[in-house]
Design a protein around this ligand. Structure first.
Ligand SMILES: [Zn+2]
Ligand SMILES: [Zn+2]
Length: 159
């Protein structure tokens, strides 16, 4: 995942991205993401803007049933390689990389984008039934046999 400043044509071009980044987001989250997609480059000579939406995929743990499942999510990317290192211009939230020429390693910036875009809550599927609170069985495989505590009949008739 490199952007070659010496070979990027002036003006607009496309940069294909494929590679893996470690996410380090903690337990239950996908430990790493495989990124793929294209970024649109705008080469203005003193700086190169790279923007687009990449696809990330990884293996996460379901928040309800704890099963490992394949997770995919969109990763919006907006970064700028500043070639004039004396300039300190900033554009909002755009990630800045200072480098004059040669190959720019995008891995750190893309890792940050992928981590920022990581979904808040991850379930293996919308209607995942999760685990039984009493016996821990995976309820997606059918009812576990636990009976709900019946209401004591002596209290049921009270006004
Ligand atoms: Zn699940
Ligand atoms: Zn149960």
């Amino acid at each position: 995942m490199y952007l070659d400043l010496d070979r990027t044509p002036l003006g607009r071009s496309e940069l294909g991205i494929t590679g893996k980044v470690a996410l380090g987001l903690g337990e239950g989250r996908a430990p790493e993401a495989t990124l793929s997609g294209e970024l649109t480059l705008q080469n203005l000579e003193s700086r190169v803007l790279a923007a687009g939406t990449l696809q990330a995929s990884g293996t996460a743990e379901c928040a309800r049933c704890l099963a490992a499942f394949p997770l995919t999510w969109d990763v919006p990317v907006e970064l700028m390689v500043l070639r004039d290192t004396h300039s300190d211009e900033r554009e909002g939230e755009t990630l800045l990389i200072m480098q004059r020429d040669g190959e720019v390693d995008l891995a750190d910036a893309l890792r940050e984008c992928a981590a920022l875009a990581y979904p808040q809550s991850t379930v293996c599927r919308e209607d995942c039934k999760g685990l039984c609170a009493s016996c821990g069985a995976d309820l997606n495989g059918g009812p576990c046999g636990c009976v709900e505590e019946p209401v004591d009949p002596r209290w049921a008739d009270l006004p």
